[in-house]
Write a protein that binds this ligand. Sequence first.
Ligand SMILES: C[S@@+](CC[C@H](N)C(=O)[O-])C[C@H]1O[C@@H](n2cnc3c(N)ncnc32)[C@H](O)[C@@H]1O
Length: 406
Amino acid sequence: MQTTSHLQGQQLIERFQALDHFLTQHQQLWRPRPFTQLRLDWEAQHPELATWLRNRTLEQAEDAQQHLEQLPAPAPFPQLAAQALQLSAVGELPDAGLHPAGHRLDVNVPGRKWQQIEAFTRRLAFSQPPRHWLDWCSGKGHLGRRLLQPGQHLTCLEYDGELVAAGQALSDHHHLPARHLRQDVLAADSARHLDQDKSAVALHACGDLHVRLLQLASQQGCRQVAIAPCCYNRIQGNSYQPLSTAAQQSSLHLSAADLGLPLSEAVTSSARVRRQRDASMARRLGFDLLQRAQRGTDDYLSAPSLAISWLEKPFEQYCRDLAELRQVPLLGEPDWAALEAAGWQRLAVVRNLELVRNLFRRPLEIWLVLDRALYLEEQGYAVNVGLFCDYPLTPRNLLVLGERDG
Ligand SMILES: C[S@@+](CC[C@H](N)C(=O)[O-])C[C@H]1O[C@@H](n2cnc3c(N)ncnc32)[C@H](O)[C@@H]1O
């Protein structure tokens, strides 16, 4: 089996440029959302592919998800899938080994979270031993405590007061040299916690939160930085602000909605949650057909997120309540059963057309991660990018490691 290596040095910019070209060239395939549009512009250019996808079932779309490169779809799907796979290939970071965990440190940490923490910890192969860990958006600080070794210190920053108190109590209980501080990391005064002595880590700090760490850590001269990004779309403002020169020079301009694409898979949800999600979406799509007919427009009308109890209402009541919420007057006597069935039918079409979009999820995620890596490199860090765990443990399994010289 061919082993894929993690990315470093020249590979970072080369891969970024290749991804940038791929994503820019095929924007018309991944930007439009089948959920909000009845027809996509690309369908006219690839009628055979569009018809093939439109004729498939919801189950078939679900089954195809895990191995898009094996779907026997008409061109250009297989070609794009092969390219996407190649451009998304990133290997594991070297395993630096795992020092033994302190006694009962994992008590009350959910199993999956603890496995993520240990996987993250064992990838931190720095050339100089860290002296003081800074756990950024730490929650209760489980990651920081797991990293801490004799002779080292730990500072945890978190803005939820209850988590800060619970984290400090845990660290005190284990007699660890840790300070848990209540801090909004986006506030102007958060820079005071970063300096040359610190090795900053962030496991799944959302969008702006980990970007802020990259900016402050490099500005304040932190010796080491390790981030596993998530929720790229949690940003202030409506559009993505590229960090690296390469991304700033790219013609790819990303909206907050575009940034949601890498997050849209559901590998970790249970069958029950998936069923609920399907039912909710089929209803929304059925309502969408109704509102288009009633308003006499071909535009999607966004609907707020609705309590799960809405799924228990009869479909007619669901539509009437949602119409009232969105102030859409309902005239005549719609055929509710036909609309409900059409919603499910559209869901199958949407999910199958989305398979084209999904080809670009991982390429877009790696583009975003490499933007962070290239930024750190520009700030004087030696950078490595790779996987820290398998995809099923968390789909946000990419880790950026930066270390300053000397
Ligand atoms: C997804 S959790 C990750 C927590 C921890 N790193 C882990 O992996 O378990 C993100 C954490 O960021 C915290 N947070 C969100 N916004 C913040 C802010 N502006 N300043 C500090 N912490 C914040 C949340 O309270 C939450 O504990």
